[in-house]
Design a protein around this ligand. Sequence first.
Ligand code: NAI
Length: 695
Amino acid sequence: MTGVIRYNRDGDIAMIAIDNPPVNALGQAVRQGLVEAVEKAEADGARAALIYGEGRSFPAGADIREFGKPPLEPWLPDVCNRLETSPVLVVSALHGTALGGGLEIALASDYRIATPAAKVGLPEVLIGVMPGAGGTQRLPRLVGVETSIDVITSGRQISAGEAFDLGIIDRVEDGAPRDIGLSYTRALLAENAPRRPIREMPAPQPIDFDAAYDSALRKARGQISPAYAVRGIQAACELPFEEGLTRERELFRALLETDQRQGLIHAFFAERAVGVLAELKDTNARDVNSVAVIGGGTMGAGIATSFLLAGFPVTLLEMSEDAAHAARGRITGNLSGALKRGKIDQKTYDRLTGPALALTTSYDDLREADLVIEAVFEDMNVKRDVFSRLDAICKPGAVLATNTSYLDINKIADATQRPEDVIGLHFFSPAHVMKLLEVVVADRTAPDTVATGFALAKRLKKTAVRAGVCDGFIGNRILAAYRAAADHMVLDGATPYDIDAAIREFGFAMGPFQVSDLAGLDIAWAARKRRAATRDPRERVPLVADRLCEAGLFGQKTGQGYYLYNETPPKPNPEVAGIIESARETLGIKPRAFSRPEIQRRYLCAMVNEAAKVVGDGIARRPLDVDVVLLMGYGFPRYRGGPLKWADMDGLPKILSDITAYAQDDRYFWSPAPLLEQLVAEGRTFDDLNKGAGK
Ligand code: NAI
C-alpha cells in the first residue's frame, strides 16, 4: 500500500487511515492507496471498512500540485465507483474540511459520520470546474435537486449540523474521527445495517433546468461553471446513473478547457504568491501587540474594528471629544454588525467595545503603541503635522503607518526623524470587511518595517500586496486611468448608463458611475482641484463630473448623482443628460454612438495599459500583484483572472494595436506602456514575467 494510506484491522472492520499532510489532499498516491485498501479489505473478509483522515482533516480536495497536469490513474471517479460498488460496508468519518473530492469519497460510502466542527462542501465551481467524481450525480439522489443546486452552485462550506439537517451526513458526534467512526461502524454491523450505495437510489425529481441554468449564470455574473453544474444535476434526473457520470465527466472536461478555469486558477495561485517576498526571507517582523489609530472617520473606525477583531487592544485618537464620541459610535456600529452576523459573541463584543478600546484626544496616550496608523483627512499638511507629533512621542521602533490613498509617503516620512519606520498600509473600505491591504514601501522604509506590514496583514486575515510610492499606488492609479476612459466616453457620446451596463456585462458587480455615486463624487472632485495646478494641459477634464459636483449632486450621500436614490432600484437622474449635453457643447464635441463591445474594450485597454505602466515602473513587482489588487479591491471578475491575466488570454498584440488606434484621437491618454510594447515585440506574455519572478 502507498505510504499515505495505513491499513489495519479492528475485528471485522478494516481501518483505512489517510495520512497525507497537511490536508490529506487526494493526490495520486492517496487515490491508489484507497483502491488497494478496499481490495485488501475485501480479500481479508472484512465486513466493513472505515475511512478517516489523520491530522487536520478528512481529504480537503484535489491535490493542487496536480492542477494543469495530465491526470494520473487511478482517477477519482473510478476510486469512488470502486468504493461504492464494494460488497463491504463502507463508512466515512469526517472532520476538518471534507470538501470537493473529499466529500465525493464520503458520498461514495454507505454511511457518513462527522464531528460537530467538520465542514463539508463541493467548492469546485469556485475554481472554474464542477464536481467531477460523481458529486452532481450522487448528491441530488441523496438530498434532492434544489438543495444540490444550492450546495454545488454556491460552492459554500456547510457546517456538520446543517449537513445533517440536509441529509448529507447521517450522524454528528464529538470525538476523534477514528473513534467515532469505529463505534458507529460497530453499531451499524450490530444492527445488520444494509449497504446503501447512492447509485441505487431513485433518480431525483426534475425541475425547470433551463431556468435554473439561466439563474446560475446570472448569479455568477457570467461565470459558467455553476451553470454547467446545473446541467450535471439535470443529468442525474434524466439519465441512468452510469450515463449521468459520463455526462458529468464531459461537462467537467469542457470546463477544464476554458479561459475562465485558467483565470480562476491564476487568481488562486496569485493570491498565494503575493505574500512571498524573497528579499524578506531572513527579516523578522517587529513585535506588534498594541495599536493606535489616528482619525476615527470612515476608514479609521473600520481599521480600528479590524484590529480589535484580530485581538489587538486599540487606542484611537481624534481631534475633539465630540469627534472621539462619533468615532466610538462608528466602531460600535461595526462591531454590532459582527455580533448580529454571529462573527463574535456577546462577551467578545463587550470586551471589544469596553476595555480593548480606548478613545483619546492626547498624543501622550500613544507613547506605548507598537504601531500607529494614521487615517486623518487626505491633506499633506495635516498628515505631516500628525507624523511630526508621532515622531516626538512614539517609542523607538514603533511602526508609523499612513492609510493615505494617493499622497507621497516619502514626503510624509520626511516630517519625521525616523523615515525607516514609516510605511503605507492602505486599507480598502469598509476596512473591517475588505480583504486587501496594499503595503506601500517608501524610499527609506526599513525591511523589518515591511515585514511587519506583511505579518500584520496575516493576523488581520488580509492579503497584502507590496506597492511602491506613486500617485495612487497600484490600485487607485489604475482606477484613475480606467475611470478617465469612462469619462472620456461620456463626453464623446456614451451615456453613463450604457457604460455601467457594459461593465456589469463584463462581470463587474457595478459600473464605474454606480461606484462613483457610492463613494461620493466630491472625493474625486477635491482630488482634481488639488491637482489642477499641475495637470498636463493635454489631459481631458471630466467636465460632466465637475458640473454634477457644482450642482451639489455628490451621489448616494446627497440622494442624487448619476442616479436618483429615492427609490429602489435607483433610476438614472434626468438632470444628468442636460449636464452632459451642455458639457459637450462647451467642448464642441459632436457625440457619436458607442457599442457595448467598444465600451468594454476601451475600458479594459485603459486598465491594462496603466497596469503595464505600474509594473514597468516597478510600483508593482509582478503582473500577478496587479491582478490580485484589482480582483480583491476593485471588483474585477475573478473568473477573468485579473486585468493582466485577461490581457494575456485576450492576446497582447491586439490590445496594443487597439491602444495605438485609440491614440489617433488622444495621443496623451493612450500612450502605450513601454512594457506592453516590449512584450509584444518579444512575443511574450505578462505571465512569463510572473514565472521569471518565481511565481
Ligand atoms: P473621514 O473624513 O471620514 O475621516 C477623517 C477623520 O480624521 C475625521 O473623523 C477627522 O475628525 C479626523 N481627523 C482629521 N484630522 C485629524 C487630526 N489632525 N488628528 C486626529 N484626527 C483627525 O475620511 P476617511 O474616508 O476615513 O479617510 C481617511 C484617510 O483614509 C484619507 O487619507 C483617505 O484618503 C484614506 N482612505 C480612504 C478610503 C475611503 O474609501 N474613504 C479608502 C482608503 C484610504
